[in-house]
Design a protein around this ligand. Structure first.
Ligand code: C2E
Ligand code: CA
Ligand code: CA
Length: 646
């Protein structure tokens, strides 16, 4: 037979170019990339053997038969393996390869193994091909099995592609369907026109399509620095954690970029990042570099030697200046070093731990190293565990959250017309977590809005559940609100809607806002407060004296009350502090603000507060924060005893 193999030769050259492009850069070492690399080698070899075997078959008399036999057998063997590799590739893309065991794997692999065995014994049995008496290449009785096998694998490919459609990205799904169409068309044409070699061409075309669409290596790379990106880091960490592979992590934050950006512009900053990226890509073998965010990068390293080498290389390089825009500039690095990533249970937790560590590093001098170990690492882990527990508790409806109530004493009325609502979080493994610990974590994790909403709902529910008592008491519940609330658009309306849905009177609620919140979002806060005050709510400025706020700015906000922090009280021993405290109280009185002092713990402090004519006193001396039942009892007893206190 005279084969037409011109198309195959072009396809072969094409595949070589694609393979060179693929291996030119260091590929992200996930299963899909590794398998794709292997498929490329198989496809190239398959095409080369296809061309060779067609030449040998055409001129059978010119070559030794043993050579023809080897080349042809190798070619059919690879052609037989190829569809199975493609199916594996689809399963890897769909994240299903691990589930592919037992009977399923046996059914899939059987036809391939069967044909491999047939091929192996073919020189003796002549079942697939042989050279006849007149030296002409002849197909054996089982030759067509090859086409049947291809058909079977095509059907399996279609089945898995459709079955796992939702797990594949749309582009992956479409590309695989095109691939199937091309191969089926080529197999059919070749079946009816055996001299026209097209299967190799179809394979080359399909692989090119996959390379351009599915295997787009840029998906895993950071555009500016050309190291692997954040998504790649998460994937890498997940796979290391899954395999329990011990590996170390060096995270760096590069400082000095602000100066470059402001002096030379952002393009110069990008140029510098490209230089940094190129340096990181050139770090010793066994080190994988990723861009975490902004000027933060992470290196994952598998051996102790490589770890030491990378640290040394970083030290040496950052001791030298960098050159950009004709200027020489020094950059410095803060390092976070994690000796074993397996201390954490998830990739997200590792990243959060790094963020927390960088946050701590930034509080100190430049160019420092922080080793994540011992008590520090345990503290970070606890924070992450609390965060995770909070998230789960909120998803589960907030059952683990409990409100407690701290009655607040009025010096004028000598009773308790106000109570602060305080939150408790109980978790099976963590125990009872204090709000001083979990509220800042919730703020950082973006969970505080949900928590605040939960507290408002639970407070309203409490009022509704105890309507008669509340009516009798005529008191006000103070609810803490986080600063970030006020940045959410339409917050005032949403809050009022929520309270109205319980038919609770706004006059029974007062919102506490911290001093820091008041200064950060002064104008937005003023708008919100004015709207809500018009509806009947009132506002108290919480924790006054803990921040370094602009007093004028704070006073300019329409607060109804101010809560002085306990720290002002504990400073009362110094004369200056007393003078300051006195004047502060006078000033607030002049501004017509009700004054509440927090944290009064003993009789001396209570007397002191009384002497200053402070309106309200909150503290353990008067009442501890009480669980709901005890608070109800407390109110009942005060109401029945004529609401007198002490
Ligand atoms: P805060 O708003 O200043 O609440 C008063 C804190 O002081 C409470 O701590 C209370 O138990 C404590 N305290 C009361 N009397 C005394 C005393 O005589 N001496 C001392 N040393 N402390 C006293 P808690 O309940 O641990 O709350 C801590 C912080 O957590 C609160 O400080 C508040 O900032 C935050 N928080 C509590 N509940 C919530 C909430 O529902 N939402 C929000 N956003 N934050 C809350
Ligand atoms: Ca408060
Ligand atoms: Ca407070």
């Amino acid at each position: 037979m005279h084969y037409i193999y011109g198309y195959e030769i072009s396809a072969f050259i094409f595949l070589i170019i694609i393979t060179a492009r693929f291996f030119e850069r260091r590929n992200f070492p996930n299963a899909a990339n590794k398998l794709f690399g292997f498929i490329l080698w198989v496809a190239i070899t398959d095409l080369a053997l296809d061309i060779l075997s067609s030449v040998f078959i055409t001129y059978l008399d010119r070559y030794p038969y043993w050579l023809v036999l080897i080349v042809n057998t190798a070619f059919y063997s690879l052609q037989n393996i190829f569809p199975v590799l493609v199916i594996f590739y689809i399963l890897v893309l769909a994240g299903q390869i691990k589930q592919f065991t037992g009977a399923k794997a046996a059914v899939l692999l059987f036809p391939m193994i069967f044909f491999e065995v047939i091929l192996l014994i073919n020189p003796l049995t002549k079942l697939v091909f042989y050279s006849n008496e007149i030296n002409i290449y002849t197909r054996g009785p089982l030759f067509n099995y090859f086409f049947l096998g291809s058909l079977f694998y095509m059907l399996v490919t279609v089945y898995y592609t459709v079955k796992f459609r939702s797990r594949l990205q749309p582009i992956q799904y479409k590309t695989i369907l095109c691939f199937i169409f091309l191969i089926v068309a080529a197999v059919l044409i070749q079946y009816f026109f055996p001299s026209l070699l097209l299967i190799g061409v179809a394979i080359a075309l399909s692989i090119t399509m996959m390379f351009i669409t599915i295997q787009n290596s840029d998906d895993m790379r950071d555009i500016v620095s050309d190291v692997f990106n954040f998504e790649a880091l998460l994937l890498f960490l997940r796979s290391c954690l899954e395999d329990k592979r011990p590996c170390r992590l060096i995270a760096i934050n590069i400082g000095g970029f602000n100066r470059v950006n402001s002096l030379l512009g952002t393009e110069a900053g990008h140029q510098l990042l490209r230089q940094v990226g190129s340096f990181l890509r050139g770090l010793p073998k066994g080190c994988w570099s990723f861009r975490l965010s902004g000027t933060r990068f992470a290196m994952i390293i598998f051996t102790g030697e490589a770890y030491a080498e990378v640290l040394k290389a970083l030290d040496e390089r950052f001791a030298q200046p960098w050159q950009v825009g004709g200027m020489k500039l020094n950059l410095y690095v803060n390092n976070c070093l994690l000796q074993n990533i397996n201390y954490f249970s998830s990739a997200e937790n590792i990243v959060s731990a790094l963020e927390a560590a960088f946050g701590d590093l930034e509080k100190g001098d430049n160019g420092r190293s922080l080793i994540l170990e011992g008590a520090y690492l345990a503290a970070i882990k606890r924070k992450l565990e609390i965060e995770e527990a909070l998230r789960l508790a909120l998803e589960g409806g907030g059952g683990n959250f409990e409100l407690i109530f701290q009655p607040i004493y009025s010096t004028a009325e000598r009773n308790y017309p106000v109570a602060e609502v305080l939150l408790r979080f109980n978790n099976e493994s963590l125990g009872s977590v204090s709000p001083s610990e979990f509220i800042p974590l919730a703020e950082r994790a973006g969970l505080i809005r949900q928590i605040d909403e939960l507290v408002i709902k639970k407070s309203c529910q409490f009022i509704i559940n105890n309507q008669a008592l509340m009516k009798n008491w005529q008191g006000v519940l103070e609810v803490n609100l986080s600063a970030s609330e006020f940045f959410s658009p339409g917050f005032a309306d949403k809050l009022h809607e929520l309270v109205s849905s319980y038919a609770v009177d706004p006059a029974g609620l007062c919102f506490e806002v911290t001093e820091t919140a008041a200064t950060v979002s002064c104008d937005i806060l003023r708008d919100c407060m004015t709207r809500l005050q018009a509806l009947g709510y009132c506002f108290a400025l919480d924790d006054f004296g803990t921040g370094y706020s602009n007093l004028v700015q704070v006073i300019s906000l329409p607060f109804n009350a101010v809560k002085l922090d306990r720290s002002l009280l504990t400073d009362k021993n110094s004369d200056f502090a007393m003078l300051f405290f006195n004047d502060l109280v006078k000033m607030f009185k002049r501004a017509k603000l009700k004054i509440i002092i927090e944290g009064v713990e003993d009789a001396a402090e209570a007397e002191y507060a009384d002497a200053l004519q402070i309106d309200f006193i909150q503290g353990f001396y008067y009442s501890y924060p009480l669980p709901e039942k005890d608070f109800i009892k407390f109110l009942h007893s005060r109401l029945s005893s004529g609401i007198d206190c002490e």
